[in-house]
Write a protein that binds this ligand. Structure first.
Ligand SMILES: NC(=O)c1ccc[n+]([C@@H]2O[C@H](COP(=O)([O-])OP(=O)(O)OC[C@H]3O[C@@H](n4cnc5c(N)ncnc54)[C@H](O)[C@@H]3O)[C@@H](O)[C@H]2O)c1
Length: 244
């Protein structure tokens, strides 16, 4: 029996790295599809030190040819793909009157276009066996601060492409779900102040491991009745009513 294979995009640091480590702990062969070679190889080294299997494939997810080449290489080498976590993303914010076409396209191509083309590429492989796709959206898909037009549009688009792909791929036993993280601290957690934690119903800011567990849950074959879903992982922040 070959090991199950999980591709995690943007797994060089932050949430993606934690997701990659979580799948490695569950004995998946992990593919680190990352634009930054230094970061990507570091994740692979950490997984190797755990005694598990990982492969770095340098990929710019905003380029369809690179995404398709990465998936083709994984299929060629491992003969199966069980999970895709579309995590790579850039959070760029810009004054509404300053945002130019190039910035808009960069955010949409990296965060949204990548999700469709990577999902379709793996679905061509998963079609025979079934599989799970998890897309990293954001609570900013459904709420905003000023200057979030491009990022918010990319994340809202992810929610739409998630249920659309769930409809198209269900017949092949492929589930497609979205995770909506709120504030997930990827820097120095110890630097956070009490008021940062207290603004969450859960009483704390989120950690990458909170999101990684959600991805494992949605990717589990046991949970194949869940598809087209949106799982909010935000410590209750989007449910908090604010009167000042
Ligand atoms: N951290 C949060 O609070 C938060 C909240 C909501 C949603 N998210 C989403 O979660 C995902 C990960 O966020 P994070 O905070 O860990 O980000 P991060 O910036 O710490 O890490 C992103 C990773 O993606 C890689 N990457 C960037 N562009 C890429 C490209 N074109 N191709 C391949 N890899 C690329 C980076 O090199 C990096 O390793 C993103 O999609 C982000 O929008 C994060």
């Amino acid at each position: 029996m070959r090991k199950k294979v999980a591709i995690v995009t943007g797994a060089g640091r932050g949430i993606g790295k934690e997701v990659a480590l979580a799948f490695a702990r569950k004995k998946y062969q992990v593919i680190v599809a990352e634009i930054d070679s230094g970061l990507g190889n570091q994740t692979v080294d950490e997984i190797s030190e755990m005694g598990e299997g990982a492969l770095f494939v340098k990929t710019d997810v905003s380029k369809v040819n690179e995404v398709e080449a990465m998936v083709a290489r994984v299929h060629e080498e491992f003969k199966r793909i069980d999970v895709l976590v579309n995590n790579a993303g850039i959070s760029e914010f810009c004054d509404v009157f300053e945002l130019d076409e190039m910035q808009w396209d960069k955010v949409i191509d990296t965060n949204l276009k990548s999700v469709f083309f990577a999902s379709r590429a793996v679905a061509r492989v998963m079609k025979k066996t079934g599989g799970s796709i998890v897309n990293m959206a954001s609570t900013r898909a459904v709420m905003s601060e000023p200057g979030g037009e491009a990022y918010g549009a990319s994340k809202g688009g992810i929610l739409a492409v998630t249920h659309s792909l769930a409809a198209s791929l269900g017949t092949y036993g492929i589930t497609v779900n979205a995770v909506l993280p709120g504030w997930i601290e990827t820097g120095d957690y110890g630097e956070l102040k009490e008021h940062h934690h207290k603004q969450h119903l859960s009483g704390r800011v989120g950690k990458p491991a909170d999101v990684a567990r959600a991805c494992l849950f949605l990717a589990s074959r046991e949970n194949d009745f869940i598809t087209g879903a949106q799982l909010v992982v935000d410590g209750g922040m989007t449910r908090k009513m604010i009167y000042e």
